[in-house]
Design a protein around this ligand. Structure first.
Ligand code: MSP
Length: 527
């Protein structure tokens, strides 16, 4: 079985993680769990970007040696991924020996094949973004004459003038190749607006070269260039190669062939140019052919805080740890509530507005009222009327059939939406079935049926509801793994949760099976 390889960006360890970082990892985790739960072998990679000027400046400000500094900050990332139940298979750090080896081997190979040249360059550097802007690019981006103190077109912070010599990779030589590749693969970058952005960028000339080194005397925190001791590797060239390192590239050919290429590379919209222009050109230069390019680059939107950009200077950076352990402190499934909010609130690809009020109202409407109520009412009635035993039932009533049909259509809906990263659509579909099941309770009135002489209708209704809970738990598993496992446990079922394919088997519970205690999933807290 070939592997489904999924990646997230590597996060800079100049500071602790914030909600933006957690967004990408939660989305990638939902995708990874979805694929695993559909019976696939998955290799899910995340990690940290630990070199470059930005990190060495942060280490200097903290009065620490850069390696000591990154070793400390990386722990905040690792512990957050644990808190959020991120199920990555590998965590790569760009300071690891395995990565240094691959970067140096790739550089040597490009140099030996005559694909690198040593040149002098001058231009503008954005340290926070670790991105170089040529005067031509800058003029194009700001659509005006370049002022004497220009701002970065991407993050609007002041640029630094640089003039130095370095090693270069040809960009313009590969421009036609990339344009044709995109023409042939119009769904390679998504959403479509992001594809259009890159495609139109490629209508004009790219800068002739990408400088892939930095002089040691200016930036010494980087991977040494093996054939030129005066230089270290440019942090983006170093970081992008991580996606190859983790597959076993140049080290373990069998593993590389099994893992490569990535099925989906999830990134934020601000790092699209690096992933959709530099990255394929680097791969092309390394001899990776068109049929072996990553399959999809998906650029998600940004979370704003209310209507504001999240930034250090505005002092509005949100720490996911605070949301989960302080704001949602009375919730036993706080991390899942946070995951649900991120995936349900905005359609993946669009920008979103983050606030505690938005979490609160999404939580109240969808989770406490709809899902929590359905689970609690169903299992309380099963307890009261059937001693918590799954009853025998036939499914020949139209109302029962309507709810069953809606529930067993969910796996098909997931197959259409999740590979397209339409997470909020998939969740909306699950929650529609949950609402339908709550309406079904109101219409069928099990408390009335309990007074009738024959228990058949009561049993059919309770069985339809418990089967719906079973399907709901399976479907929610990629998004809210702990909540799904708790519903599963309350149904008296053993782990692992059934696969997405098994969700459509109806009935899927064993008659006579005993359900267990059912504490409320989402207690309504007074805040
Ligand atoms: N180190 C580079 C990536 C190298 S990948 C080979 C980097 N790191 S980062 O830490 O600055 O950003 C990582 C990711 O966080 C980016 O995908 C970025 O889009 C995302 N986000 C940063 N702020 C964000 C929001 N406010 N909202 C959503 N995502 C945001 O870039």
């Amino acid at each position: 079985m070939s592997t489904i390889y999924l990646t997230t960006p590597l996060y800079y360890v100049n500071a602790s993680p914030h909600i933006g970082h957690s967004y990408t990892n939660v989305a990638a985790d939902c995708l990874a769990r979805y694929y695993r739960h559909s019976g696939n072998d998955v290799f899910f990679l995340t990690g940290t970007d630990e070199h470059g000027q930005k990190i060495s400046q942060a280490a200097a400000a903290a009065n620490k040696n850069p390696q000591v500094f990154v070793d400390e900050v990386v722990e905040h990332f690792e512990s957050l991924w644990q808190l959020l139940n991120i199920s990555h298979d590998d965590f790569i750090r760009t300071t690891q020996e395995r990565h240094v080896h691959v970067v140096q081997a790739a550089l040597t190979r490009l140099k030996d094949e005559g694909k690198l040249t040593r040149e002098k360059y001058s231009g503008w550097y954005c340290t926070p973004d670790e991105t170089f802007w040529t005067p031509q690019e800058l003029a194009k981006e700001i659509k005006d004459e370049v002022p004497s103190n220009p701002l970065c077109p991407s993050c609007q912070r002041p640029l630094e003038a640089v003039e130095e010599e370095g090693w270069y990779l040809h960009l313009r030589d590969s421009q036609n190749w990339l344009r044709t590749f995109l023409q042939k693969n119009p769904r390679w970058i998504r959403p479509e607006s992001r594809f259009n952005e890159i495609f139109s960028l490629l209508q004009d000339d790219l800068p002739e070269y990408l400088c892939i080194t930095r002089p040691k005397q200016r930036v010494n925190w980087g991977i040494p260039v093996p054939f030129d001791p005066e230089y270290v590797t440019y942090v983006w060239f170093d970081a992008l190669l991580n996606y190859l390192t983790a597959t076993g590239y140049l080290v373990d050919q069998g593993q590389f062939e099994k893992r490569w290429p990535p099925k989906v590379q999830i990134i934020g919209k601000d790092i699209l140019r690096h992933h959709a222009v530099y990255w394929p050109i680097m791969l092309h230069a390394l001899g990776i052919d068109e049929n072996n390019m990553p399959e999809l680059i998906f650029a998600h939107g940004w979370w704003k805080i209310g209507e504001q950009k999240m930034s250090k200077s505005l002092g509005n950076i949100v720490d996911p740890n605070v949301i989960v352990t302080v704001f949602l402190k009375d919730q036993p499934f706080a991390a899942d509530i946070y995951r649900y909010f991120l995936m349900r609130e905005v359609s993946f690809g669009q920008d979103g507005s983050f606030s505690e009020e938005a979490i609160e109202s999404r939580f109240a409407a969808d989770l406490a009222n709809d899902l929590g109520n359905l689970v609690n009412r169903t299992l309380s009635m099963l307890d009261k009327y059937c001693g918590s035993v799954i009853p025998k039932a036939t499914f020949d009533n139209a109302a029962d059939q309507a709810l069953r049909d809606a529930a067993i259509a969910l796996p098909g809906c997931f197959e259409k939406t999740i590979p397209e990263l339409e997470f909020s659509k998939a969740l909306e579909a699950v929650m529609r079935v949950v609402s339908q099941a709550n309406r079904y309770i109101e219409e069928q009135m099990p408390w009335k049926l309990a007074k009738e002489e024959s228990p058949d209708r009561l049993h059919a209704v309770l069985r339809t509801l418990t089967e719906t809970l079973r399907v709901t738990a399976i479907m929610l598993y990629p998004f809210m793994p702990s909540v799904a496992e708790e519903i599963w446990r309350q149904l008296g079922l053993e782990k692992p949760i059934q696969t997405l394919k098994e969700a459509a088997n109806w009935p899927g519970l064993a008659e006579g099976q005993q359900c267990v205690d059912h504490p409320v999933l989402f207690p309504r807290a007074k805040r």
